[in-house]
Each structure stands twice: as structure tokens, then as C-alpha cells.
Write a protein that binds this ligand. Sequence first.
Ligand code: NAD
Length: 424
Amino acid sequence: MTAQKITMGPAGLNIPDHPIIPFIEGDGIGPDVWSASKHVLDAAIELVYGGKRKIEWKEILAGEKAFNKTGEWLPAESLDIAREYLVSIKGPLTTPVGGGIRSLNVALRQELDLYVCLRPVKWYKGVPSPVVHPENTNMVIFRENTEDIYAGIEFGYNTPEAEKLLRFLTDELGAGKKIRFPESTAFGIKPVSKDGSERLIRAAIKYALEHKLPSVTLVHKGNIMKYTEGAFKIWGYELAEREFADHVYTWGQWENAKKTQGEDVANAKMKKAEAQGKLIIKDVIADNFLQQLLLSPKDYSVVATLNLNGDYISDAAAASVGGIGIAPGANINYLTGHAVFEATHGTAPRFANTNTMNPSSLLLSGVMMLEYMGWHEAAQCIEEALATTIKRKRVTIDFYNLMHDATLLKTSEFAVEIVKSMKI
Ligand code: NAD
């Protein structure tokens, strides 16, 4: 069986039985959690497909390892390989202090235009959680990954750029009066586009329809930021009604029906749409949504939101189901097929090479990767074996500290335990 590249065709990804997948093992605890994750991924694929399928891993350099070997944090060759092979997986990377690159993760996302940051948030029985009913949280967050205040357009306090921008805002746009302390103000710009919002919301709706989920919630702060966050909501409703007319019912349609035909008719239409199994598109203001995450998480399945909201929401939601030690993530461009699956935690440098940290975040990112490749059987095998291992209370230090009567395992032992629990 010769190893081949994953390619993008007119009908989507072409996944060979022996694909070459680049990996970045990451800094700090990266090598420990990567080696455990790789062990489990390979074992599941071997068990489920009996040798018919196999991943050929190809290391690419990034982070401290790259810097020590090449003098560069993110060598151009690494980016070229990630671009060429489409699908890759990575451990956490140190954010270099000083120098040209603000964050290697942000650089990768921007270079490959990975416009969706996908974060499933789901509880596994037995995982210690601060909430009473963690099983009620089961949602998938689509965070816009390329725009918003994260675009990095900032001008510091007391700089000529800030001064120039202040003059422009005052003289050209008449907005000077809105700036409370003009002499000591720093500026950040928040670009949000119709194109960027639409491709993110389209991906979320397609995902919800493919997975037969009940709703997509547009989370925004449109009551305050009308032309960016507010427009995100409006563009979302318009897109849903235009491109998915036969499959969705939106709160925007409900509002219109209420205005023109009265509330009873509007409610009846909504009920009918639900009974027909239509996908409901709704919206919630971001601050309220953070409250709803704790009060009624059951009401949400797919969430589409802008970059900064998505950052807060992903971590807050992950906390309900066990935190960053177990929350997986992916950065995806559904149009080109490019995808980088990654642990959501950082490099935890204090614990580097201790073989003690939880590999679940990176492992479950690998499970997402298998799903993305259509290797659902192997993905399911790992998820079930991980759940069994946690239920048996055989866990790494983070969960051990929060459980009664648990058995403490090293990172590598946890991986061996997961493999032992695998069934087909
Ligand atoms: P961190 O996530 O590395 O660590 C915070 C704490 O979380 C740790 O001290 C540890 O107690 C816990 N933790 C993290 N991963 C865990 C795991 N797998 N199992 C159990 N517990 C775990 O965050 P930080 O200390 O703020 O950042 C350290 C470095 O990581 C910085 O250089 C930062 O820029 C980088 N970082 C990288 C990524 C990424 O590559 N995606 C994400 C966040 C931070």
C-alpha cells in the first residue's frame, strides 16, 4: 500500500486508504500528549480496519523545535507542507515573545485561511464538572476565525498612528466627540464582512443539517455593535432564508409573521416547522448566551459566532464539561479542504516531559480529524474506549485530583488503558 496525499476534488475530499498526514508535536507537554494520542489513533485504525487503512505520519517543524533546528519559529517549508497535504494535526505551540510572529496558531490560521474554528463541547460520563447536569451540554461551536478585533489592526496609546486616526475620525467622520479622552486613547479596529460572516454561518447550517441537529444559534452583541455584530445576525437570517429555504425556519420569519399575521399564527408556523423537522435558526445576545450556557444548555446545539465571542464562549462552555484538558478543536476551510486539528490547551511548560498531563484534548481533536476524513468507525471506537476508561476512573492527574477512588495514570499509561478498552 503506497502512501498518498489527501486531495480536494469537485465532490469534496479524496481520502486514500493510506493518507500522508503531517503533524506538529508541539512544545512543552506537546511531545507527551502527541505520542499518547498517536498511539491510540494508530491502534484504533489497525483494530477497526485490520490493516486496510493506515495513516502515514509526516512530521513538520514549528515552534521551539523548529526554532532550535532552523532559527525560525514557523519555517516556510512547514507552511508549504500543511498547504500541500490539506489535513494536519498539531499539539500546542509556544507563543514567541517579541519578533515578527504574534502567535504561530494565528499565523497558521491566516496563511491557510482557516475560517472556521470548530469546537464540539460534550460531556463524557465521569468527567469531573463544576455543574450539576453536565450531560445537558452537547453543542458544536463555529467561531469565525479570520476577522473581528483579532485582525490585529491596533494603534497604541500616544503613537503617531493613533494621533492620525483620531484626526481622521474627528475631521472626516465627525466621530471625535464620541471619544471620551482623545489625548490618551489607543485604538483597535473590528472588521466584520458580509462574505466572512456568510461563509461561517453557511458552514454551521450545513453541519447542522448533515448531522440532523435541531438548531443553529447566531450569538452576537448586535444591540451595541449594530454594523458589525448586528449585521452578522441579519446576514445570517438572510442567508438561511435565501440558501436553505426548504430546510430552515428562522426567528426572523417568526418576527415577520408576528408583525403581519399576529403572534398566534407566528407561533403555529414555528411549531409546524419544528414538527416538520426543519432546522430552527435563532439568535441570542452574547452576554445572555453566557448565562444560558449555565442555565439552559439543552436549548443549543450548533452555535455560530464572531471571533472574540467565540473565544470566550468556547472556553466557558468547555469548563462545564471538564475544561481544556479534554476539549478538542479544529480550524477548517471547507472550501479548500484545509484543516488543522489541534489541542485547545497551551504548552503548560511547567509540566513538559513529566508524562503526567491529559492527552484527551489532542486525542479527541484526532477523533474529529477521523470524522472529517469519513473514518467514522475508528472515531467511534476511540470515543467509546476513552469514555470507558474515564468511567473506570483510570485517569491522569487533572481528573484524579477531582475524583473519588480514582487510579492515577501517567499520560502514556492512560493511552495504553484506552487501547485496552477498545472494542469493535
Ligand atoms: P496552558 O493551557 O498551557 O496551561 C494552563 C494550565 O492548564 C496548566 O498549568 C495546567 O494546569 C492546565 N493544563 C493545560 N493543558 C493540560 C492538559 N493537557 N492536561 C491537564 N492540565 C492541563 O496555558 P498558559 O499557561 O496560559 O500558556 C502556556 C503557553 O502555551 C504560552 O506560550 C501560550 O501562548 C501557549 N498556548 C498555546 C496554545 C496553542 O498552541 N493552541 C493555546 C493556548 C496557549
